[in-house]
Design a protein around this ligand. Structure first.
Ligand SMILES: *[C@@H]1O[C@H](CO)[C@@H](O)[C@H](O)[C@H]1NC(C)=O
Ligand SMILES: *[C@@H]1O[C@H](CO)[C@@H](O)[C@H](O)[C@H]1NC(C)=O
Ligand SMILES: *[C@@H]1O[C@H](CO)[C@@H](O)[C@H](O)[C@H]1NC(C)=O
Ligand SMILES: *[C@@H]1O[C@H](CO)[C@@H](O)[C@H](O)[C@H]1NC(C)=O
Ligand SMILES: *[C@@H]1O[C@H](CO)[C@@H](O)[C@H](O)[C@H]1NC(C)=O
Ligand SMILES: *[C@@H]1O[C@H](CO)[C@@H](O)[C@H](O)[C@H]1NC(C)=O
Length: 558
């Protein structure tokens, strides 16, 4: 029998415990980390992010406006002349988002709220003042002409008369165009004509952001998942203005979907992310583009691309979402109605099964009528019938035809892209650049003399750039949090290795002890030199007679 000593047994046991704990931890660590995320990330009244979510006052959130100054309005009707634009700005505002009427619904893990936004002009970081004069297309007159296209000639005649005293362009200050608003007789007329089937903007003035400061009217009422039931629901818009569909688009483009934008579900791969934008009455799709480093943290960069900007985006719907489709229109009908794309046109694309009834050309339902070239999103239905179109700034990623009709556009990916960089484990947005341009469609009108001989052009009005992300001073904390899985894993691997090493040492020691005492003499001399190893070597050199060892009180028999 093998003689064991107290020390070898103890060592072996310690080694075994280390090995077991280390192995368990290294297997369980991802679960441990996920447990931490699951505890920390959901939105509750006591969660870490709650205060910042409720009021972003402490976050560095900015919006830069760039206005286009139309330098040659007199040449609009001249053959061979293009409208020329000079970009002005940035006019920077600090943006503050405040959630009000916040109500948590633990029964379905959602939270309801209204959102208010405040903007504060930041003169120091602006290039120009709000008193700068800008020449722009008369968007009010163009919208009015567009809205009444199909009215009876008499009404159109009235407007024509009204418009005769207007100009095709306006000369206003930057402040008036953005927040202050300006009066216009057409607006006053319009509000008199409002009726059930003629929706008129409820404003007395026009400005792109007129009345938005401190108002809950524009963003709408949200019901958003808190992630308590499942982290995949964190920040996902469940209802918007109390509904899960909207009236502005046809099915299935009428579904309210995507995230609200503050919380991004964690544990994301590189699959697309939809973000709900109430101001456009539709979601925007972020598509993965590349891995990037931001403040020393690795992130996935997602950008707005063809899926939102194109007019031919096919999408497969999960079957249960068919509830969003109008009863009268099956998706099959939808496809047949889509005469411009033969059903086998995309048969080389393996992702799209043309025979699958759940595949829908959402590019078409977002057209909402006449389609536009790539790069424009039609938000006419969302803007009281005003012919407004959203694109990337300077018609970036758009059909070059849009740029060729005008001059002054100079798209550059680094400053005109619409993107978000997410930390993939936590879903924390490291860097956000939300940039969109608002354009107005000018087109000739047969009945309104004022618009008879104008060219058809998508006119750029302004663009904005909302910047946000993890502030520098929070990046350190985030880096530490992200080290947790790695350091935890390394820690447990080291523990397991120590355990394994101890066990191997014990086994080797036992092996040596049990091996025949070959150069026994020299070993014994060696052993006597050190008291520590004495016992070990004495044992190994004793003859393997069990009864002889009985009188030796060194070690209890095993
Ligand atoms: C805008 O363009 C007009 C016409 O070219 C010019 O008179 C005006 O000074 C420009 N505004 C600014 C702020 O540059
Ligand atoms: C400031 O605006 C002017 C035009 O108004 C432009 O020429 C200039 O490049 C801008 N400067 C910066 C730093 O953007
Ligand atoms: C928005 O409202 C706040 C407070 O009501 C005010 O301080 C701020 O100047 C306003 N911003 C603009 C752009 O009018
Ligand atoms: C969750 O429950 C609240 C309160 O009952 C309700 O108002 C809300 O519409 C529900 N949300 C969903 C997505 O069902
Ligand atoms: C844009 O949408 C409106 C209604 O929502 C529709 O009438 C129009 O045809 C669409 N397309 C263009 C290019 O205006
Ligand atoms: C869709 O976009 C493409 C690319 O810009 C354009 O060539 C095509 O004419 C558009 N389709 C329609 C129906 O407008």
């Amino acid at each position: 029998m093998r003689p064991w000593t107290n020390k070898t047994v103890a060592l072996g046991v310690v080694g075994l415990i280390c090995l077991i704990i280390g192995t368990l931890l290294s297997c369980m660590w991802p679960l441990v980390f996920e447990g931490i995320l699951r505890k920390e990330l959901p939105l509750t009244q006591n969660s870490r992010g709650f205060e910042l979510w409720k009021d972003t006052d402490k976050l560095p959130l900015f919006i830069d406006f760039y206005l286009f100054n139309w330098t040659n309005p007199d040449e609009l009707r001249e053959e061979g002349k293009k409208p020329n634009f000079v970009q002005m700005g940035p006019y920077r505002f600090r943006e503050r988002r405040v959630k009000v009427n916040v109500v948590f619904h633990p029964e379905n893990s959602t939270v309801s709220y209204d959102q208010m936004k405040y903007w504060y002009f930041d003169a120091e970081h602006s290039n120009g003042t709000l008193k700068d004069r800008v020449i722009a297309l008369n968007a009010v007159a163009v919208s009015a002409a567009h809205t009444i296209r199909y009215w009876n000639p008499m009404m159109q005649g009235t407007l024509s008369y009204l418009l005769a005293s207007s100009k095709i362009y306006i000369n206003k200050t930057a402040g008036e165009l953005l927040f202050e608003g300006y009066s216009d007789q057409i607006i006053s007329m319009g509000s008199l004509m409002a009726s059930d089937d003629f929706e008129v903007p409820p404003f007395d003035k026009f400005g792109w952001f007129y009345m938005r400061n401190g108002s809950t009217y524009f963003d709408g009422h949200f019901n958003v998942g808190t992630g308590e039931d499942d982290l995949a629901n964190l920040g996902v818009v469940k209802l918007w203005n109390y509904k899960d569909t909207i009236k502005n688009f046809h099915t299935p483009c009428n579904a309210v979907e995507g995230i609200a934008g503050e919380f991004w579900p964690p544990k994301r791969g590189t699959e697309d992310i939809s973000i709900w934008t109430g101001e456009l009455c539709r979601p925007l799709t972020y598509e993965y583009s590349e891995d990037v480093m931001h403040l020393g943290i690795k992130g996935y960069k997602f950008s707005l691309g063809e899926k939102s900007l194109g007019n031919n985006t096919k999408r497969q719907y999960p079957h249960e979402q068919a509830k969003y489709f109008e009863k009268t229109t099956t998706t099959e009908d939808f496809f047949s109605a889509d005469v411009t794309t033969p059903r086998n046109a995309n048969s080389n694309n393996k992702n799209i099964n043309e025979d699958n009834p759940d595949v829908v050309n959402i590019g078409r339902c977002y057209c909402n009528g006449e389609c536009t070239p790539m790069g424009l999103m039609n938000i006419t239905a969302c803007r009281f019938g005003a012919p407004a179109f959203v694109s990337l700034p300077h018609f970036h990623k758009a059909d070059p035809i849009l740029r060729s009709q005008i001059s002054g556009m100079n798209p550059q990916d680094d400053i005109h892209n619409f993107y978000v960089t997410l930390e993939p484990n936590t879903g924390i947005p490291l860097d956000v650049g939300a940039r969109l341009q608002i354009n107005v469609l000018l087109q000739p009108s047969l009945t309104i003399s004022f618009f008879k001989d104008v060219p058809k052009i998508f006119f750029p009005m302004f663009w904005f750039n909302v910047r946000g992300g993890v502030p520098d001073e929070m990046a350190g904390g985030l880096r530490q949090l992200l080290m947790l899985p790695t350091s935890g894993l390394y820690g447990s691997i080291i523990l397991a290795t120590i355990g394994a090493t101890l066990i191997v040492i014990v086994i080797i020691v036992q092996f040596i002890r049990n091996s025949p005492p070959l150069p026994g003499k020299s070993r014994r001399t060696q052993a006597t030199n050190g008291t520590k190893t004495e016992l070990v070597y004495m044992d190994t050199t004793t003859p393997p007679d069990d009864h002889e060892r009985n009188d030796r009180p060194l070690q209890p028999k095993n």
